[in-house]
Ligand binder design. Structure first.
Ligand code: IFM
Length: 723
C-alpha cells in the first residue's frame, strides 16, 4: 500500500473545503465530495453527475447538485453526533486511491460523556456505476447505547442556495426509500433510492417516514459497551440521460439488495484493472509518487466511460468551480493521459465535441463566420456559456467584463489538434471517419473565414483576441493562435486528401454540409500560406502578440515575497500593460509543435519568456508544461521546481482555491511532465523513444503507453549513477 494512501491525521475545520475536494470519490458517472455523513456548518456538500446541467443566472448553466446519497444522522442515547460538539478523542481519515475507498475513523465523547468509536466508509462502484455504497459502524466504549439513525434523500439539494430540483414522487417503506425529481429548466429526471441494512446483537426496528421532499428511514436499536452496530446503505441513481425510465431502472436495481461485501470485489477488481493500465511509478521520491497517483486518481474518477456526450470540466466533478464547464483544459492537458492509457475514454471525450458541433456552428454563425467555432466554456449543448460579467476578485461590489467567451478563440484549433493527436496515437480510422474529420474540417472552415486579409501587408492576420496568456486581452496576432491556425489548416487540407484517397464517399457526405469545393480548399491553402506568424530571425524570438516587446518590463524577483498573482497585485489593466505572463503561450506552442522551428529557437524563447512568467500564482495550467520545457533545456532541477508547483496545487492548496474543485488541467499536465518531460518520451514515426532526464533522487520511473493498439511498458532509470 505504499504511496497509495492520502491521509488526514487531525480534523481541521479551517481546511474543510480543501479536504472535501481532495477526498472526493467517484466512478466516472458521478462524484461526491468528501463531506461528512452527518454534515457540518460551512461544508460544500455536492454530488455531481456528468451531463446533468440546469439553467443558472450569470453562468447560464451549471451542473445541478444531486440529492445527497450520504446523509446519515446518528443519535447516541439521544445526543446527536456531530463534530461541532463533544470531544474528538481520536480522528483519522484516509483515501485509498488504489481502491477508491474513503474511510473515516474516530472516537467521540458526547457532551454527556458517552464515548463511541465510529467508522465511516464509502465507495462509488466502478463496476456498477449507478450503485454507491456506504457503511457505518458504531461501537460504544463506556456504556450501553440506544442508537437512533436517520438516513434520507432530499430534493432540496442546492448549488449555493439555488435549487435545481422539482420534486415529483417519493416513497419511504421499511428498509427502502426513494425519490424522483426533475431539474427545473433542462428537464433531466433523476431517480435516487437506497436500501438500508442494519446488523446489531439486539432487535432492530426500521421505519419509513414519508416527510414531503425528504423520504427518510429511521433506525432504532441498542448496543452494549463493546458491541458494534453496522449500518449499510446501497444507494442507486439513474437519470433519463441514461435510460428512458429512470425510476424503473432504479427500483429494479434496488429490488436485488446488494451488501457491501458483495459489491466490493467487483469494484476492487475494476480499479485493479484501471491501475494496471494507468499507474506511473516513481521510485525514490515519495511526495512525487503520491502526487502523481493523486492526479491520476482524480482524472480516473472523472473519466466518462459509458457516456460519449459529456466531457470533464476544468474542476472535474469535484467542486462548484467553473460550474462544470468544459474548457481547452480537457483536450490540451487531460486528454493525452487518456489517449495513451485509456483511448476509449479519450474517444468519448472527443465525441463530446462532435455532439456539440451544432452549438459550435451556432456560435460561428452568430459571429458571422463559417463552420464551427467551439465555445470557450461549454456545457450540455456546446453553446457559449462563459459568464460575461462577474464580481471583481478584490471588490465584489464591482463587476468585471469577462472577454474570454467572445475572443479567446484558440480553443477551436486546440480541439482539432487533440483529434489529430488521438488519431496519430491510436490509428482509430473509424472515429476519424465518423466524427473526427468533421470536427477538424468544420473548425478549419471557421478559421478560413475568421482570418482577416490586410491588403497593405499582403497577409492574413487575426486581431482582437486573447491567447492562452490571459493577462493580455484584445491583442492582435497572438502567436500561439496564428501558428496553430496555420498548422490546423495545413492538417485539414492533408485530411481532405486522405479522405479522397481512403474514403471518398465520406468526403462526399461531409461536402454536403460544408463547402469543400476546390475553390474553398484553395482559400484554406491561401490562408495557411499567408497567415502572419511572427518570428524574428535575428533573435529567434517569437513575439507573443503585436507590440508585446513594447510593453513594460517588470522585475518579478523584486516583487517577492508575495502570495497573490501579479494581476491581483497590480490590477487587470495595469498587468495587461506589462510583459508579465499568466502562462507562457509561445512556449506552449513550441511544446505542442516541437518540430516547428528547432532547438535554438526553443532555447531563445525559453530564455526570454521564462523570467517574464508568473509561475507561482499565474495560471495553474503553466507549471507542468514549463517543467517539460525545462527538461528539454536540460535544466532538470528547475523542471523539478515547476513540477512540484503543479504537484502541490491541490494536494497542498498552494493557490488557496482547491476548495472549488480539482485543477484537472494541472493533474493531466503532471502526467505529461513525468512522461514527456522527465522520461523524455517522444512519439516518432519510427516508434516511441525515451531520453530520460530524471530529477535527483529518482531511481526509477515506470509507465505504460498505448501506441497504435499496443501496450508498451517503459522503465526509465537515471542517466547517471545516483550519489
Ligand atoms: O482554461 C483555463 C484558462 O487557460 C486559464 N483560466 C482558467 C481556465 C480554466 O481552468
Amino acid at each position: 500500500m505504499e504511496h497509495w494512501i492520502l491521509g488526514e491525521k487531525a480534523f481541521n475545520v479551517e481546511k474543510l473545503r480543501h479536504a472535501e475536494t481532495i477526498f472526493t470519490i467517484g466512478n466516472g458517472y458521478l462524484s461526491t465530495r468528501g463531506v461528512f455523513e452527518e454534515g457540518l456548518a460551512g461544508e460544500e456538500r455536492t454530488t455531481f453527475l456528468h451531463g446533468v446541467f440546469d439553467a443558472a443566472p450569470v453562468v447560464f448553466t451549471e451542473l445541478a447538485n444531486a440529492p445527497d446519497w450520504l446523509d446519515l444522522q446518528l443519535w447516541l442515547n439521544g445526543e446527536r453526533f456531530n463534530l461541532g460538539e463533544g470531544d474528538l478523542l481520536a480522528y483519522e481519515r484516509h483515501l485509498d486511491m488504489q481502491n477508491a475507498l474513503l474511510t473515516r475513523r474516530l472516537t467521540w465523547r458526547s457532551p454527556n460523556g458517552l464515548t463511541c468509536e465510529l467508522l465511516f466508509e464509502r465507495f462509488a462502484s466502478l463496476a456498477q456505476p449507478h450503485q454507491l455504497f456506504q457503511r457505518v459502524q458504531v461501537k460504544p466504549l463506556n456504556g450501553a447505547v440506544t442508537l437512533q439513525a436517520q438516513a434520507s434523500l432530499s430534493s432540496e439539494a442546492d448549488n449555493n442556495g439555488l435549487k435545481h430540483w422539482h420534486h415529483l414522487k417519493q416513497h419511504a417503506g421499511s428498509e427502502q426509500a426513494w425519490l424522483l425529481c426533475r431539474t427545473r429548466e433542462s428537464g433531466v429526471e433523476l431517480a435516487a433510492g437506497f436500501n438500508l441494512m442494519v446488523e446489531a446483537k439486539t432487535a432492530v426496528k426500521i421505519a419509513g417516514w414519508n416527510v414531503q421532499g425528504r423520504p427518510t428511514l429511521a433506525v432504532d436499536c441498542q448496543a452494549a459497551a463493546g458491541e458494534t452496530v453496522t449500518i449499510e446503505k446501497q444507494a442507486v441513481i439513474y437519470t433519463n440521460r441514461d435510460t428512458a425510465d429512470p425510476l424503473q431502472s432504479m427500483l429494479k436495481t434496488l429490488a436485488s439488495p446488494a451488501r457491501w461485501a458483495e459489491a466490493w470485489p467487483a469494484h476492487q477488481a475494476a480499479w485493479q484493472a484501471e491501475w494496471l493500465r494507468s499507474d506511473v511509478m516513481i521510485e525514490g521520491d515519495a511526495e512525487a509518487q503520491l502526487a502523481v497517483r493523486f492526479s491520476l486518481y482524480h482524472l480516473l474518477i472523472a473519466a466518462p466511460r459509458q457516456d460519449d456526450r459529456v466531457s470533464i470540466g476544468a474542476k472535474t466533478l469535484s467542486g462548484l468551480g467553473y460550474r462544470g464547464h468544459v474548457f481547452w483544459d480537457t483536450e490540451t492537458f487531460m486528454l493525452p493521459f487518456f489517449t495513451y492509457n485509456r483511448p476509449e475514454v479519450a474517444r468519448n471525450l472527443l465525441s463530446y465535441r462532435w455532439h456539440t458541433l451544432p452549438g459550435a456552428r451556432r456560435k460561428a454563425a452568430r459571429n458571422g463566420y463559417q463552420g464551427a467555432q467551439f465555445a470557450w466554456e461549454s456545457a450540455a449543448t456546446g453553446d457559449e456559456v462563459t459568464p460575461t460579467w462577474v464580481p471583481h476578485f478584490a471588490d465584489s461590489t464591482r463587476l468585471v467584463r469577462i472577454w474570454t467567451g467572445d475572443i479567446e478563440i484558440h480553443i477551436s484549433a486546440d480541439v482539432a489538434y487533440a483529434v489529430l493527436q488521438y488519431w496519430r496515437a491510436t490509428g482509430d480510422d473509424v472515429f476519424m471517419l465518423d466524427r473526427g474529420a468533421e470536427i477538424v474540417l468544420e473548425t478549419a472552415a471557421f478559421w478560413a473565414s475568421r482570418v482577416e486579409w490586410v491588403e497593405d501587408l499582403k497577409r492574413y492576420e487575426i486581431s482582437d483576441i486573447i491567447g492562452p496568456d490571459e493577462y493580455h486581452d484584445h491583442v492582435d496576432n497572438n502567436a500561439y493562435t496564428n501558428y496553430l491556425v496555420r498548422w490546423h489548416l495545413q492538417q485539414a487540407i492533408g485530411l481532405v486528401d486522405w479522405l479522397a484517397e481512403h474514403a471518398p464517399e465520406r468526403l462526399k457526405e461531409l461536402g454536403q454540409n460544408l463547402d469543400l469545393s476546390s475553390a474553398a480548399l484553395a482559400g484554406w491553402q491561401k490562408a495557411a500560406d499567408l497567415i502572419y506568424c511572427p518570428f524574428d530571425p535575428q533573435t529567434g524570438i517569437i513575439e507573443q502578440f503585436d507590440g508585446f516587446f513594447e510593453r513594460q518590463e517588470v522585475d518579478l524577483a523584486a516583487l517577492e515575497p508575495r502570495d497573490i498573482s501579479v494581476q491581483a497585485l497590480f490590477g487587470i489593466d495595469e498587468t495587461c500593460a506589462t510583459q508579465v505572463l499568466k502562462q507562457p503561450d509561445v512556449l506552449m506552442l513550441l511544446y505542442m509543435l516541437p518540430d516547428l522551428l528547432g532547438p535554438e529557437v526553443l532555447r531563445a524563447n525559453y530564455n526570454y519568456y521564462t523570467p517574464r512568467t508568473d509561475h507561482t500564482f499565474g495560471s495553474s495550467l503553466g507549471p507542468s508544461i514549463q517543467a517539460v520545457m525545462a527538461c528539454q533545456m536540460g535544466d532538470v532541477a528547475e523542471a523539478y521546481d515547476h513540477f512540484m508547483r503543479a504537484a502541490r496545487a491541490d494536494l497542498r492548496d498552494v493557490r488557496g482555491n482547491a476548495g472549488d474543485g480539482i485543477h484537472g488541467a494541472s493533474a493531466g499536465g503532471l502526467w505529461q511532465a513525468v512522461v514527456f518531460g522527465f522520461a523524455g518520451l517522444r512519439l516518432t514515426e519510427a516508434g516511441p523513444q525515451v531520453s530520460p532526464r530524471l530529477p535527483a533522487g529518482w531511481k526509477r520511473v515506470a509507465f505504460t503507453i498505448n501506441w497504435r493498439g499496443q501496450e508498451l511498458k517503459f522503465e526509465v532509470m537515471p542517466n547517471e549513477p545516483q550519489a
